[in-house]
Design a protein around this ligand. Structure first.
Ligand code: MN
Ligand code: MN
Length: 466
């Protein structure tokens, strides 16, 4: 005979917020589907380690599903699939809805840039007969984490005639890699007294790139000369071509499963490709939505969404204008009626560093996709604080469609803080809230996420746009 629930138990079920670990509540089929989904995700982040590579990979996948470049002046019907490519670094995918565009878009937005080491315009030098690159780090890295990690070189040289020469070196097992070196403990007594934030300083993030001198006994800097010779043979470039290049050093290892039970994923650049991949795969699965669906994969979030490929620029406004023009509609009306899931990661609670979190409001791995009402710092400054009305809509959608979800805040008040693209989309009059995946070791060369959360992020994006 089943035991009767006590009055308190019944009341608790009725009134209390009792979210449970998703790996306890999800059925086996959901867990298996999440595992399969994450195989595709791992492949994606292995081939898309920079915004350019992620944009190109996204376009390839979208074209295979029938998306075509948007053309101004062309006629489009509901169900048509188009994309906008902003300089190869930011891409937006749209599926035209059955309702008038002035009814608003359902927008998802994630970013495809990640923290890394960028080469300076004059990077190459020789010191003590070793060849090195000077770097300027990109985004909020903890500098001490980057030495003694195998690195790969990604990016482009652009010649004066406009020829773009892509570079990817260090990813294949038989390709050479690069490394920032650090002091040995025996000689690090002084360095170890520095605060952690200065354990490695910005100008110490120098990358070792060679040691073989050009074999001639006359002349100086023969190692550097030999590296230039190799670069010229492989890419057809000379030293001045670094002036018109975007070359980035990223961790050279692939994504992998973490843990005996394989429930987690470790890999570089999961902030925010762990939301970009769900946003992309969700819009690829959208067929005939009521409201026009729009998925944006953007550049430059990690440095404040600046520049003409960042979301604080006008490109989203222009895209809304182009789409509205199909129906001779007013894009500002469409934007005012739009809603958005700004898809970005949140900090999952780390068992080793619990003090920085306020546990009643922090997100946890395996508790599903995390909705973050506001980010910001010091009294919610520099954020978009989603309205209660919009939160209610999102809650209703997630609960109705059986998505495992939680809420999160980025650390304790006055300790945490951060920003996402949400506030720039809110600037256009759009209702927006952050929704994404909890991450451990965010911005480190190797970040950790949970498979179930990644899959729930996909499901949320799909239900929102379909
Ligand atoms: Mn992010
Ligand atoms: Mn970030």
């Amino acid at each position: 005979m089943a035991e009767e629930k006590s009055a308190a138990e019944q009341l608790r079920e009725q009134l209390c917020n009792t979210r449970k670990n998703g790996r306890l509540t999800a059925d086996d089929e959901t867990l298996a589907t999440a595992d399969r989904y994450c195989e595709g995700y791992k492949q994606f982040i292995n081939t898309a380690k920079t915004e350019r590579e992620a944009a190109a990979a996204a376009v390839r996948l979208a074209e295979a599903k029938g998306f075509v470049p948007f053309e101004i002046g062309k006629k489009y019907e509901s169900g048509d699939k188009v994309y906008f490519n902003n300089r190869g670094k930011t891409v937006a995918f749209a599926v035209i809805g059955t309702e008038p565009i002035e009814n608003g878009f359902n927008i998802t937005a994630a970013h495809i840039d990640s923290p890394r080491l960028d080469l300076k315009p004059n990077p190459l030098y020789e010191e003590l007969e070793l060849g090195l690159f000077k770097t300027h780090y990109y985004g909020g890295i903890r500098k001490y984490q980057w030495p003694t990690v195998p690195l790969a070189l990604h990016g482009v040289f652009v010649k004066k005639d406009g020829t773009v020469i892509p570079v990817t070196l260090g990813e294949a097992a038989d390709e050479p890699k690069f490394v920032v070196n650090d002091l040995l403990p025996h000689l690090a007594a002084e360095q170890s007294k520095r605060p952690l934030s200065e354990g490695i300083r910005g100008e110490e993030l120098n990358v070792l790139v060679g040691s073989h001198p050009f074999r001639e006994d006359k002349g100086s800097e023969l190692v550097k000369l030999n590296i230039l010779k190799l670069l010229n043979e492989k890419y057809g470039v000379c030293e001045e071509d670094f002036l018109s290049a975007e070359l980035e050093l990223v961790p050279a290892f692939p994504a992998c499963d973490i843990g005996f039970d394989r429930s987690l994923i470790g890999g570089y650049g999961q902030d925010d490709r762990v939301c970009a991949y769900p946003a992309l795969t969700a819009i690829l699965a959208v067929e005939k939505p009521k409201r026009t669906a729009l998925a944006i994969l953007t550049d430059k979030e990690e440095i404040g969404s600046v520049g003409n490929t960042g979301l604080s620029s006008s490109f989203l406004r222009y895209i809304a204008g182009d789409l509205a023009a199909i129906q001779h509609a007013d894009p500002t009306v469409a934007l005012r009626h739009s809603r958005c899931l700004s898809a970005d990661v949140n900090a999952g609670m780390d068992p080793t560093f619990q003090d920085v979190f306020e546990r009643r409001n922090a997100s946890k791995l395996n508790y599903g996709v995390v909705v973050t009402k506001y980010t910001g710092a010091r009294g919610k400054s520099s954020t978009s604080d989603a309205s209660a009305e919009y939160m209610a809509e999102v809650r209703e959608l997630l609960d109705r469609t059986g998505i495992i979800w939680q809420t999160g805040e980025l650390g304790k008040v006055d300790i945490g803080g951060g920003g996402t693209v949400a506030m720039f989309i809110a600037d256009l009059g759009v209702d927006v809230v952050d929704l994404g995946v909890p991450v451990l070791s965010m911005h480190a060369p190797f970040e950790t996420t949970a498979k179930l959360d990644v899959y729930m992020c996909y499901r949320a994006m799909f239900e929102f746009m379909k």
